[in-house]
Design a protein around this ligand. Structure first.
Ligand code: TRP
Ligand code: SF4
Length: 327
């Protein structure tokens, strides 16, 4: 059975876009594959080294959401990257064979530096972000890596580093394939893509009242200034969310009511609120139970790190064999 490996960087709380774009897909994959899912706390350190408290908090938020959204520790391996130090050991070796030019050309390198101009990212570790990601993937000899479009360049460089390793040392590392998550980007409350950096996200950890308030004040089709103005749902971020969270008869109702001005935006948002809450309520319930039982979460992660560690050590042993080292 092919292995699946994926991670999320611990640099903020999870939002609705992460849930439908990634996490729900992870939950589906655990039924079919041997899956390893982890919180990438070292990756968060590459750009968040000045504030490790954020990483600690996000790591907890991610773990709570992994479990509350349906990852099942009986079916998949859940862990924290820094608890499996073999990632760092392989990262070190891969860093020796990765040409600087490859790293400087990765588009996310420039993009992220521009996005985070308030931080000093002229560091060795930040440039090496994709090398660390390659180590995460190759250390499990993963066949598939479910990721969003934005991560494809990192997967491409992983394959290049993998080939270079195999070429140089007659190695045995399999080239991983990306599993693109076919999901449209969710809009945030201001109509731009939902992102923590835009401050427009609905978080899984929001209280019910916050979710309701955020959707109520969400941007709509600007053509609908008054209740009597007709609108175009395709130009409205509220409708983009209906497409994901609402049933087809509700979507028909929105389209008809919007273009004929038969319904008001608040009616429309009311139905969306009901549907989003229906998805979030069971997640909140599980989250609450997990918070009340912190030793369970600890056990899950320790057990996960143990299983992941065993798989990672087996790969390290093969890697050392290729290099011809004592072990
Ligand atoms: N870079 C990914 C993100 O930003 C996180 C990540 C780290 C990852 N290592 C990985 C994803 C390995 C897939 C595979 O969310
Ligand atoms: Fe958007 Fe709904 Fe208002 Fe139409 S009725 S503009 S889809 S919120």
């Amino acid at each position: 059975m092919k292995r699946v490996l994926s991670g999320m960087q611990a640099s903020g709380k999870l939002h609705l876009g992460n849930l439908v774009g990634a996490l729900q897909n992870w939950v589906r994959l655990q039924q079919e594959y041997e899956c390893f899912y982890f919180v990438a706390d070292w990756h968060a350190l590459t750009s968040g080294y000045q504030n490790p408290a954020v990483i600690k908090e996000s790591t907890m938020d991610l773990l709570l959401n992994f479990l509350s959204a349906g990852l099942d520790p009986e079916k998949c391996t859940i862990f924290v990257q820094s608890m499996v130090p073999e990632h760092a050991e392989l990262h070190l070796i891969l860093s020796m064979i990765t040409p600087l030019g490859w790293l400087e050309r990765v588009p996310t390198y420039k993009e992220k530096r521009e996005e985070l101009q308030d931080r000093d990212l002229s560091t060795y570790g930040f440039l090496g972000y994709p090398v660390l990601q390659s180590a995460d993937i190759l250390i499990y000899r993963a066949g598939y890596v479910p990721v969003g479009q934005d991560q494809l360049p990192h997967l491409e460089i992983t394959r290049e580093i993998c080939r270079r390793f195999n070429h140089l040392y007659g190695g045995v590392l399999p080239e991983p394939e990306g599993l693109l998550t076919e999901f449209p980007k969710l809009p945030g409350v201001d109509g731009r893509k939902m992102s923590k950096s835009y401050g427009n996200a609905i978080y899984l950890s929001d209280a019910p009242g916050d979710v309701t308030a955020k959707i109520k004040t969400m941007m709509t089709d600007p053509a609908r200034k008054r209740r009597s103005d007709a609108g175009n749902p395709e130009l409205c971020p509220v409708y983009q969310l209906h497409k994901i969270f609402s049933a087809s008869d509700e979507k028909d109702w929105v389209v008809k009511g919007c273009i004929s001005a038969g319904i008001g935006c608040l009616d429309c948002k009311g139905v969306l609120i009901k549907n989003v809450l229906r998805v979030l309520e069971p997640i909140w319930e599980k989250r609450k139970a997990l918070i009340e039982n912190p030793s369970y979460l600890k056990d899950v992660v320790n057990e996960g790190a143990k299983k992941a560690g065993a798989a990672a050590r087996a790969t390290m042993s093969a890697v050392k064999e290729s290099l011809g080292w004592y072990q």
